[in-house]
Write a new protein. Structure first.
Length: 201
């Protein structure tokens, strides 16, 4: 399975709305390191299984424990008064965050940790379900704007519950204003990259 817009996302943060548990858990399974290693034949031909062992995920959580955290979070939010329970509500967002272009390979772990801190600070630990760092999907693609061939970058997949003021609000979470706020991740990781390279803030 390939997450939507992965080639385009190399230029910035990509957002994917997730409206069902089935869809969300399929993506979580796709991203999980151990599940990926257990899969014999991936439908996504861009996955290099020889490199999957180098993938990472936050706090070494399992696919099962992440799914339970998500189930429990949605169940709790649904107990709150005035909760959005529409059938088409967004119950999770997938954020795809590419490594900064100039980030040295030996600084990737530090970058992942700092991006995780940014996400936890911005959205809260109860809403950040997990964060996965993929090193096994590098491939050549053609830039849709320039037509030039480029190599994709290692990247993070983060999954966040769009809770705002106690309510699931996918519309507000993905509004232009909110996306501008979320996209602070993009320039921030560039600053992180500069700090990691130079030691300066």
């Amino acid at each position: 399975m390939k997450l939507k817009g992965s080639d385009k996302a190399m230029a910035g943060v990509n957002f994917e709305k997730i409206k069902s548990a089935q869809h969300g858990k399929a993506l979580l399974k796709h991203c999980d390191k151990e599940k990926r290693l257990q899969t014999e034949n991936h439908s996504n031909q861009q996955i290099n299984k020889a490199l999957s062992g180098r993938n990472m995920q936050y706090n070494n959580s399992t696919y099962e424990s992440t799914c339970k955290r998500w189930d429990d979070r949605i169940a709790f939010l649904d107990t709150l008064e005035g909760q959005n329970k529409r059938k088409d509500r967004v119950i999770l967002f997938g954020l795809e965050i590419p490594c900064p272009k100039d980030l040295p390979a030996d600084k990737e772990v530090d970058w992942m940790k700092q991006v995780n801190e940014i996400l936890l600070s911005r959205f809260g630990k109860d809403n950040v379900m997990n964060l996965y760092f993929h090193r096994d999907e590098k491939h050549i693609y053609r830039d849709s704007e320039t037509g030039e061939k480029r190599e994709s970058r290692n990247h993070i997949h983060a999954f966040v519950v769009p809770e705002i003021d106690g309510k699931l609000n996918g519309k507000a979470f993905s509004s232009k204003k909110q996306k501008c706020t979320i996209n602070i991740i993009t320039p921030t990781v560039k600053k992180v990259s500069a700090r990691l390279n130079t030691g300066k803030r």
